[in-house]
Design a binder for this molecule. Sequence first.
Ligand SMILES: *Cc1c(COP(=O)(O)O)cnc(C)c1O
Length: 375
Amino acid sequence: MSTTLRQSAAVLSIDLAAIVQNWRFLQERSAGAVCASVVKADAYGLSAAAVVPALARAGCQSFFVATLDEAAALQPALAGFEHTRRVFVLGSLGAAMVANAASLGVIPVLNSLGEIEVWSGEARRREQLLPAAIHVDTGMSRLGLPPSEVDMLVDQPERLRGLSLCLIMSHLACAEDPNNPLNERQRQKLAVARMRLSHASAPISLANSAGIFLGEPYHADMVRPGAALYGLAPRPAEQNPMHTVVSLAAPILQVREIDSGTTVGYGATFAAQTPSRIATVGVGYADGFLRSLSNKGAGVIGGVQVPLVGRVSMDLATFDVSALPEAATVPGTMIELIGKNRPIDDVAAEAGTIGYEILTSLGRRYLRAYTPDFI
Ligand SMILES: *Cc1c(COP(=O)(O)O)cnc(C)c1O
């Protein structure tokens, strides 16, 4: 890449050592349970190819992805860990995918009696015991066996023939809110399902990131954090105990002084109240810097917050940098858009969304810089 290109590039920094520290912290928080890592959606947009080897080196052995394609893409990242690693696939297992799933050696999370039948059929066809996880719906009404199907499975344990059940899991709907009574109801429903399926004697798992912070009873045998590994606050209402993982900084491309009354950007949605200095940076909604940040977001230069003014466009955003001396805002100066001074959860709140959506929307045009996990 030429120097000129580099000079105008926004830099997305991803701290792999911080991800490992976060995993260790969550592991300690849930001592006694296995701490898996959820790396679906390319590790929440941060690159599973970079994140998974770091977590595997740290000792993580169980990984969750959403689709079989994601599981296949993980294979090179897990080279060297073949004998210890377990890859769980959360999404539905279609009949056409079964042979691939078996040869990849993944553990499908079976979401219905139909999926159990298909996977058990494959085990018998291969005359081989296949590993399986079962997802029980305890309150999300999304994926998983509804109560009627759990009843049938209890009555007809032969449905699990050929399968080695290594996990019974469910997913919390309101884990961020410790006062929501649904948490305890879901926990009890999963405990009952485990008792009723006791012939299968499988470990259980319920907690995502926020679920870990609901306390020990929620840790069960395995916890499944995603968001907190990547630095998002597990509990929005409290101080974030996680290390910052993602920083986004972009250089100022151009600066101009405008008179009061002059407007900025598409739709002329911002008009300067006083003579102002406007800095333009090369990040826009095509980079996942959401358009809903228009006239709401902010950046930070040298510790000083500068408000985002006008609409965010496809490739550009504009900031009012009048609060800083001219010499501190020359083209090339970096504006921090996400990072220690601009927590991703705050940016998400300004955009009217959650940190998860900001992470998974991060674009492909950034210069990505990975801080290694070994120091
Ligand atoms: C995405 C996901 C997780 C991880 O949730 P976080 O809130 O990111 O920690 C855990 N379990 C299931 C079933 C998921 O889909």
